[in-house]
Design a protein around this ligand. Structure first.
Ligand SMILES: [Zn+2]
Length: 245
């Protein structure tokens, strides 16, 4: 599978780059994971947004869904001929937010059951509820044909279950918002916690995302490396970074 980072900042866009959004592609199928600000502008550089096959959302904070309404309008206004409704998968534990996933004739909201595996196109997805002020799910996305694994923590503070959930992932993308010293935060991980999770889970590659605009990101990276303790490649998320696993 191929993952393209479309946005990675936490909270708000910065320096012409957007907030959380990843395009995941396999066998001609294109799944959008979260739709933060700048999603459409960056997505257009990879595929025609009208060719998206499905969208899945970790939670309904603005920085993860900022471009969702604009995506609905684009699919409503741009096609010359009517196109198929786009499936948008989200949890149903915030009813008002879930209702907005459906725009009749344009997009249709489907609730995922976090207790069960979900199949979307070539992917099999399992969920883990995270530590966050609103209900949010981490996702373990397996490419069915190859067994390759992409784990995204969603937005989360530290909890032990993140380790087995990330076990042996081919790539782990984390919400690493804080420098060391802010451990056990109610919403986000620190560099130290991220390093510990990736080391214990023995992931093959680590990418730090949901980055904070006003901290030293090179320090965030070096602090994380300190806790990795072995040869796990780690880097900061970048717009249009392609990860092939
Ligand atoms: Zn959030």
């Amino acid at each position: 599978m191929e993952i393209t980072i479309l946005g990675f900042w936490g909270g708000y866009p910065y320096n012409n780059e957007g907030t959380t959004s990843f395009l995941i592609q396999s066998e001609g199928y294109s799944l959008l994971l979260d739709a933060g600000s700048s999603t459409l502008i960056q997505l257009e550089k990879v595929i025609d947004p009208l060719e998206l096959d499905a969208v899945i959302l970790t939670h309904y904070h603005h920085d993860h869904i900022a471009d969702l309404g604009a995506l609905q309008y684009m699919r409503q206004l741009k096609p010359i001929e009517k196109i198929e409704e786009l499936s948008i998968f989200g949890h149903q534990e915030d009813e008002n937010a879930f209702k907005r996933l459906t725009l009749e004739g344009v997009t249709k909201g489907y609730s995922y059951n976090p207790e069960k595996e979900l199949e979307i196109g070539p992917f099999q997805i399992t969920f883990l509820k995270t530590v966050h002020p609103v209900i949010c799910y981490a996702m373990r996305i397996v490419e069915k044909r190859t067994g390759k694994v992409f784990v995204f923590t969603g937005d989360t503070g530290y909890f032990d279950e993140l380790i087995p959930f990330s076990k042996e992932a081919d790539v782990l993308i984390t919400d690493t918002y804080f420098l060391e010293g802010h451990e056990n935060h109610h919403a986000h991980l620190t560099s130290k916690e991220t390093g510990n999770i990736a080391r214990e889970a023995n992931v093959k590659r680590l990418i730090l995302s949901h980055l904070k605009q006003d901290i030293d990101l090179e320090l965030l990276l070096s602090q994380t490396k300190k806790y990795l303790n072995k040869d796990i490649p780690v880097e900061l998320a970048k717009t249009q970074l392609k990860i092939i696993i």
